[in-house]
Design a protein around this ligand. Structure first.
Ligand code: SAM
Length: 310
């Protein structure tokens, strides 16, 4: 078995893990609050995406990972600006480049930025394997300081997919992203972990009533892949952040409303297309989107943005 295959199996086990109760060698119940706190403090935030890039790549091969990518990409495609010439996109916290490569395949020129070199290596290989190397530019850097990396370059599409959960100051990233948008037809695509989704997950998937209650107001959630923490976004807080960055949301979709809770008798592989189509329908409806695991928000600049030095 390849290393990648082994990591994939480990991750499948990890995702199922809330159903198990293990007593670890340190005497703590696996998934007890004490154990969470211990685990959260063992891996520094940025380190997980450097030493664990292969783990993240393997996660994206699971049904959960594929659905998140496929659903976000399908909604993004609906809202791409119409253009007579090739659009330019900037993917902040690009990770393995899974979305960037898809954009390149439909003709966009994409600049990928990430602070993890191993993630950028994955992205480079993905671009090579899909034959889109000439449409891809890789940059190693910090998304909270993109002014340093781009020197006034402007983009038609800026992505912030599952990065705001991990940065110190998500508002700073959104402000920088807004400044990088070319004009008012340009779009910002933001994908974040939904606080309301964490409430349902704790109840339905984990059967953890204390965590369910806690998540109603939690600012941070437990991120099962690395055992770290991830910022949670309530609808109002995301909208306030967008407004503060001179952005206005023009569309919102829920990502993974029911798929995480389907019983084992539903085969994730055999029924993938049906689950995907169902999730597309549910994610468009406000009442279901409100409790999805992720919120996908498409936004535009609210008005003229004062550029640095302008
Ligand atoms: C959860 S992954 C998301 C990857 C990708 N956007 C996706 O949707 O699959 C988060 C990514 O953000 C990157 N990241 C976190 N903080 C960053 C920062 N301040 N600047 C640049 N990249 C950052 C990590 O290295 C990691 O690759």
């Amino acid at each position: 078995m390849t290393n990648f295959g082994r990591v994939l199996i480990e991750i499948r086990e990890e995702l199922k893990a809330p159903f198990r109760l293990n007593i670890l060698s340190d005497g703590l119940d696996c998934y007890s609050p004490e154990w969470h706190i211990k685990r959260m403090t063992t891996l520094p935030d940025g380190e997980r995406f450097r030493s664990g890039a292969d783990r993240y790549a393997a996660y994206l091969e699971t049904t959960e990972g594929r659905l998140r990518l496929d659903l976000a990409f399908a909604s993004l495609q609906e809202f791409l600006p119409h253009a007579t010439q090739s659009l330019r996109a900037l993917d902040l916290g690009c990770g393995t480049g899974a979305i960037a490569v898809r954009l390149a395949r439909i003709g966009l020129h994409v600049t990928l930025l990430d602070e993890s070199l191993p993630m950028l290596d994955f992205a480079k290989r993905a671009a090579r394997d899909t034959g889109v190397t000439e449409k891809i530019a890789l940059r190693h850097g910090d998304a909270t300081r993109i002014a340093d990396s781009f020197d006034g370059e402007l983009f038609d599409v800026v992505l912030c997919h599952n990065i705001l959960e991990y940065v110190e100051d998500p508002c700073a990233v959104l402000r920088s992203a807004a400044r990088a948008l070319r004009d008012r037809s340009s779009i910002l695509s933001v994908l974040v972990r939904n606080q309301a989704g964490e409430v349902l997950k704790a109840a339905i998937q984990d059967g953890d009533l204390a965590a369910t209650e806690h998540n109603l107001t939690a600012e941070w959630g437990h991120e099962s892949l690395y055992g770290g923490r991830a910022r949670l976004f309530a609808a109002e807080s995301l909208h306030s952040m967008l407004v503060a960055a001179s952005l206005v949301a023009t569309a919102e979709r829920g990502v993974r409303v029911i798929s995480d809770y389907l019983p084992p008798k539903v085969s994730r592989n055999d029924e993938y297309e049906r689950i995907f189509e169902l999730e597309r329908k549910l994610g468009r409806r406000r009442e279901f989107a409100a409790v999805a695991r992720y919120t996908h928000c498409l936004a535009h600049r609210a008005g003229p943005v004062m550029r640095d030095g302008a």
